[in-house]
Design a protein around this ligand. Structure first.
Ligand code: DAK
Length: 651
């Protein structure tokens, strides 16, 4: 591909790629081959990285290797992996006891040793002289301060927390934690890396428990407290936990599976940071010391006691979640993502709070807080919103990042590959509507917040729709696509990963689509018993013609970025590593040109398509003629004659 001329500089949000060496087959070291370390190594090796797992002695390494082999064997059994792929993955993992050997030439070192501050600090001291200034160093801590662990490390800007969730090879959540001295670029490199290893990252501040454990571990503790108070039987508490959060396991079974000691130690560290409201329940400690699992199956469910348990769980969860946002630890979106992705709950705290209504939610939080006077502060933002009569807590599914005259509109439901549900479509429509009146805006880039555009309309939501709801949904999608198409300034759709079904239909409403190498595009609607309805069939026909459109639509086939380029769907294919920088350069080049001329010619091209040739030609001539009345025309030509760059004002 010819190099793109870079005009001005358009910043690229997060996920910066071109300067990033952290991509397969780069080498990664994982220090510690225990449960977490081996799972992390497996996830990275499956994504194509070369791994060096280091542990203190041969038996520890053998255990790590056995853990990985067992996980991979399970995947082969479930037909998620072929035996050949399993062998490839295993061949990418080396095991060593030599730290120098393990970290030599690595782009990233992930520390995953025992959760003990002294042990970790000693390891970082040993590691410091062995890694170069470019190497990223991440600690997989769940409870220690990242800033604290970075102390004394020679390059704290490249040091961050990367908290994987158990089981690390399977659980998709990872918390990215910046310490006080972590460079923002380190965080965006780790974000990109997380997507490469098929994880869903959320960014959190460096506070005890980070985001998810701050409300999850106290929930486990609350279950023990309720048992201790004989508020309900263990089976009742277990069932309420399952039903309330739409989870497969309730609190007691979860602790039985993941380890009661872990819950106890995690709650103890929260207690140290936040005081008595987080004190471990004596009943939790007793169970931990007994070494026995929670005997919840030996008890009966008492339905009449469920409301008490429900109120306590919700008061605690809403109380902590709203404080997380107020303290700036995590956004509401990240908090919910953590619950859905990491804990496999059906709803996050904020979606649940909105479902109930903020007024009722506040009542539950206040009732809970009365048990801990002065130690369980109620978020002022929750009080304020409820006082204003707001019913729901707004959650953004679209992020806008502005870089001078260019806006990035980023679809932000990475956990479902930006599947377009009704709310996302409404927010896309509203976002473009708000941007329409932005006078300084000269171009928009529509992309995913993760390296995925959109894998189609939300099948889970669509599967529940009746005929009238289906029709309404279709118009909602059309409205969002039309808004993009009629947007006054140029809109470029950047397709990375997938643009399928409604995702591709939305992209086709942009002025043009560019795709990153490796992207897959298609209209698979007929494979689901429906057909394109957001303008995909109509716009694609106008773009690439009847026969090619029919081939794509009837087969539902996915095509590569290169094939889509050959078919004319895509205007340009960009290298995956620099796609964001390259599309920023294209938008920058557009933004540097006369804004009125660009906006008017957009109308000429689009309106002209619906008109007869004669009318279209007339429109083109008349519109071009009118550019002679603009200041931009005078400036453009004057600048040319004076051999300088024009300064267009859009007038
Ligand atoms: N909807 C809902 N969830 C989706 C999704 C979708 N379209 N695509 C992916 N996901 C979710 C997955 O369920 C999974 O969730 P968890 O299991 O983790 O909870 C998560 O995203 C990650 O996906 P995978 O695990 O499947 O990821 P893989 O990399 O293995 O596979 C894939 C990626 C894109 C090949 C696969 O996810 C896939 O095939 N997705 C579905 C693609 C598809 O068929 N899309 C077309 C949808 S139909 C209308 C107008 C327009 C439309 C409808 C009506 N009217 C006018 C009425 C439009 C229709 C469509 O778009």
């Amino acid at each position: 591909m010819a190099r793109l001329r870079r005009v001005g500089s358009v910043a690229v949000p997060g996920l910066r790629t071109s300067a990033n060496h952290l991509r397969p087959p780069a080498a990664i070291a994982v220090l510690g081959g225990g449960n977490m370390g081996s799972g992390i190594a497996q996830a990275c090796a499956q994504a194509g990285f070369h791994l060096r797992v280091r542990d203190v002695d041969a038996p520890a390494l053998a255990r790590g290797r056995a853990l990985i082999e067992k996980m991979l064997a399970g995947a082969v059994e479930r037909r998620k992996l072929t035996p050949a792929r399993r062998d490839e993955v295993l061949a990418r993992i080396e095991f060593t006891t030599d730290l120098t050997e393990a970290v030599r030439g690595t782009a990233l070192v992930i520390e995953a040793v025992f959760e003990d501050e002294a042990v970790k600090r000693d390891l970082f001291r040993e590691l410091a002289p062995l890694v170069g200034p470019e190497t990223l160093v991440a600690t997989n801590t769940s409870s220690l301060s990242v800033t604290g662990l970075a102390e004394g490390f020679p390059n704290p800007g490249r040091f961050a927390g990367l908290h994987f969730f158990f089981p690390a090879a399977i659980n998709k959540l990872v918390e990215i934690v910046g310490g006080a001295r972590t460079d923002p670029s380190t965080l965006s490199e780790l974000e990109r890396f997380s997507y490469l290893v098929r994880k869903i990252p959320i960014t959190t501040a460096d506070r005890a428990g980070f985001c998810v454990n701050r409300y999850f571990v106290p929930y486990l503790n609350e279950a023990a407290r309720l048992a201790e108070e004989s508020a309900a039987s263990l089976a009742t508490i277990e069932e309420v936990g399952r039903e309330l959060f739409g989870a497969t396991l309730g609190p007691f079974e979860l602790m039985n599976v993941t380890g009661i000691p872990i819950a106890f130690h995690a709650e103890t560290s929260l207690y140290r940071a936040f005081g008595p409201a987080y004190a471990p329940a004596p009943r939790l400690e007793e169970q931990f010391r007994s070494g026995k699992p929670w005997p919840w199956k030996e008890t009966e469910v008492e339905p009449e006691k469920k409301p008490v348990v429900r109120a306590r769980f919700l008061g605690l969860t809403f109380g902590i979640a709203t404080r997380l946002v107020e303290e700036g630890v995590a956004t509401a979106e990240a908090t919910d993502r953590g619950a859905v992705v990491g804990l496999r709950r059906k709803w996050g705290p904020f979606a649940q709070l909105s479902g109930l209504g903020l007024g009722e939610g506040l009542g539950l939080v206040e009732a809970y807080a009365r048990n801990w006077p002065g130690n369980f502060p109620v978020a002022q933002t929750l009080r304020d919103r409820a006082a204003r009569g707001e019913r729901t807590w707004p959650l953004s599914l679209v992020r806008v990042e502005r870089s001078g005259p260019v806006a990035w509109v980023l679809l932000d439901r990475p956990e479902v590959l930006n599947a377009l549900n009704s709310e996302l479509l409404r927010q896309i429509d509203a976002t473009f509507r708000d941007l329409e009146t932005d006078p300084g805006l000269r171009a928009v880039i529509l992309a995913g917040s993760s390296p995925v555009f959109a894998a189609g309309a939300d099948i889970e939501e669509m599967s529940r729709k009746s005929l009238p709801e289906g029709i309404e949904f279709g118009f909602l999608g059309q409205r969002a696509a039309d808004r993009i198409e009629r947007f006054p300034a140029p809109v470029i759709a950047l397709v990375e990963g997938y643009a399928l079904g409604g995702g591709l239909e939305l992209a086709l409403a942009a002025d043009f689509v560019v795709a990153a190498e490796g992207a897959q595009l298609g209209l698979p609607e007929v494979t689901l018993g429906i057909h394109p309805g957001m303008g995909g069939a109509t716009r694609l026909t106008r773009l690439i013609g009847r026969a090619r459109t029919k081939m794509l639509v009837y087969t539902g086939a996915r095509v590569s970025a290169e094939e889509a380029f050959r078919l004319g769907v895509v205007a340009r294919v960009l290298p995956a590593d620099s796609a964001r920088d390259d599309v920023a350069a294209i938008a920058g080049a557009i933004a540097a040109n006369a804004p009125l001329a660009v906006r008017w010619v957009k109308q000429v091209i689009d309106r002209g398509l619906d008109a007869s040739t004669a009318s279209a030609l007339h429109l083109e001539a008349a519109s071009a003629g009118h550019t002679f009345g603009t200041d931009d025309r005078s400036e453009g030509m004057k600048a040319f004659l004076e051999r300088r760059k024009p300064d267009f004002r859009g007038k």
